[in-house]
Design a protein around this ligand. Structure first.
Ligand SMILES: *[C@@H]1O[C@H](CO)[C@@H](O)[C@H](O)[C@H]1NC(C)=O
Ligand SMILES: *[C@@H]1O[C@H](CO)[C@@H](O)[C@H](O)[C@H]1NC(C)=O
Length: 454
């Protein structure tokens, strides 16, 4: 990743209010502040902005946190991950960003990479990490605590905890607890050395089997930053659906408009949004996820919310008409986890069936490919999620991904798939690339604004 200086970012991007293009300069930021203030939000554009690269990797059908078995890998179908550069002491380390977990971990040399037992004769196992942390962490090693995380597809990362200063977005989490991995089974593709989790502290107490081990609870990086009063207890993400050209993206999918993805700590990143679209919705405790085996007793861990409604279909007067005639509205309330570590959005069975039927011709599950597809030329329905009274629409290119085709080239991957009610519902990148999402861990709420078309 080529870090872009903040000045360039601020100069390159304006923040229009209500869809109007404003002249560049500090007046834009003032109007954002004022709008937020009028709405009772205190979010301001912050200078603690970290540009991220949307990195396409071979699709695995996995979210970083909770991976599924049995998905076929197709080399021409890619998942999107977001990579940030973090400084550990003086070492720059690229990490995948995740909101569905809370640890920051990376490999440290020397480490051992292992194969899945019985997976045959790959003589030299390759976990696909770029170079990780070297040497001794400045605060030493935390005695008596093993670091151990496992994922549903058999991958795992184990090692120990160390203490080191972690610098991100110009902020320093001093003497931060970090997982240093020295024994792992992983399927990376050489672009990152580990993971940075932005979830609540509670998730750090879930050990390798998902069991709760209270003794292990600690403050992850973001918590350390806001508890030390460096920033307000808020972060926000604006994800671009475009990757970088160097990663071999097809030309039409490359970011040609200078729009990158951002993590903003303590406020908002400088991206264009529809100021009239702000909606707010409470963050729910882990108890709502009991069905998926989580406990939690009032603790917040994942960023779980419940939408007011899911809206889909074809407007009678066509896209953009004010009247919702022709659209169906499903107001069923269920928890859904906001997870930037998941490329796709995962929703319950009945709802997905309704959405897929609204494609023309209808979308299909094609089991031999372990994915959900529609004809690339299909008419894509409108699909929106109502959060805090405001409906946020998926862009058609996120619902039906034209650059992600099956081997016949006729079927395109759908960005929303069926969790058969056994997988936890997730709002992944396919939804998040349409909004600016604010995570407020003090008010325990999320705020969303629709991004202007990019
Ligand atoms: C990993 O590090 C721990 C703590 O230093 C050590 O006990 C263990 O032997 C190491 N494992 C490997 C595979 O290097
Ligand atoms: C709305 O979606 C939920 C979740 O899939 C489903 O259980 C419910 O039956 C749907 N409601 C209607 C009216 O179709």
């Amino acid at each position: 990743m080529k870090p872009t200086s903040l000045t360039t970012l601020l100069a390159a991007l304006v923040v229009p209010a209500m869809g109007t293009s404003l002249p560049r300069g500090s007046a834009d930021m003032d109007s954002v502040r004022q709008n937020n203030y009028l709405l009772g939000f205190r979010d301001q554009v912050t200078s603690h902005v970290v540009p991220m690269v949307a990195h396409p990797a071979p699709a695995s059908g996995e979210s970083l946190r909770r991976r599924q078995n049995g998905m076929t890998r197709l080399t021409n179908v890619r998942d999107f991950y977001y990579i940030i550069e973090v400084e550990l002491g003086k070492q720059k380390i690229p990490l995948h960003l995740d909101t569905g977990s809370s640890d920051t971990w990376m490999v440290r040399d020397p480490f051992e990479c292992v194969n899945i037992p019985g997976m045959g004769v790959r003589t030299v196992p390759n976990c696909g990490f770029t170079s990780g942390f070297q040497g001794e962490p400045s605060g030493g090693i935390v005695p008596n605590f093993e670091f151990a995380r496992a994922y549903g597809d058999g991958t795992f990362a184990t090692g120990f905890f160390g203490l080191e200063d972690v610098t991100i977005g110009g902020l320093v989490a001093h003497n931060q607890r970090v997982g240093f991995v020295n024994y792992t089974l992983w399927n990376g593709d050489g672009r990152s050395a580990g993971l940075m989790g932005l979830g609540y502290p509670y998730l750090t107490s879930l050990d390798i089997g998902g069991e709760e081990v209270k003794a292990q609870l600690y403050d992850p990086v973001f918590t350390t930053l806001w508890r030390s009063k460096t920033i307000p207890p808020v972060f926000s993400v604006a994800l671009s659906r475009f990757g970088d050209q160097s990663a071999g993206r097809p030309k039409d999918a490359v970011n040609t408009k200078g729009i990158e993805s951002f993590l903003a700590l303590g406020g908002l990143p400088p991206v264009a949004i529809d100021e009239g679209s702000w909606g707010r919705t409470p963050l729910l405790p882990m108890d709502v996820l009991k069905k998926w085996g989580f406990k939690g007793q009032g603790e917040r861990g994942f960023y779980a919310i419940a939408a007011d409604a899911y809206v889909f279909g074809s407007r009678k007067g066509g896209v953009g008409t004010a009247s919702e005639e022709g659209l169906s509205r499903n107001t069923s309330q269920f928890p859904v986890v906001v997870d930037i570590g998941s490329t796709d959005t995962i929703l319950p069975n009945v709802l997905i069936k309704q959405l897929y039927a609204a494609f023309d011709p209808p979308a299909e599950y094609r089991s031999h490919q372990g994915r959900f597809w529609a004809k690339c030329g299909a008419k894509v329905p409108e699909f929106g999620i109502t959060l805090g009274g405001k409906t946020f629409l998926f862009a058609p290119e996120d619902l039906l991904r034209q650059s992600e085709r099956d081997p016949t080239g006729e079927w395109c991957r759908i960005g929303v798939y069926d969790g058969y009610d056994s997988e936890m519902p997730i709002l992944g990148v396919s939804f998040l690339s349409n909004v600016l999402a604010v995570f407020d861990v003090e008010k325990h709420e999320m705020r969303f604004a629709q991004r202007t078309k990019y």
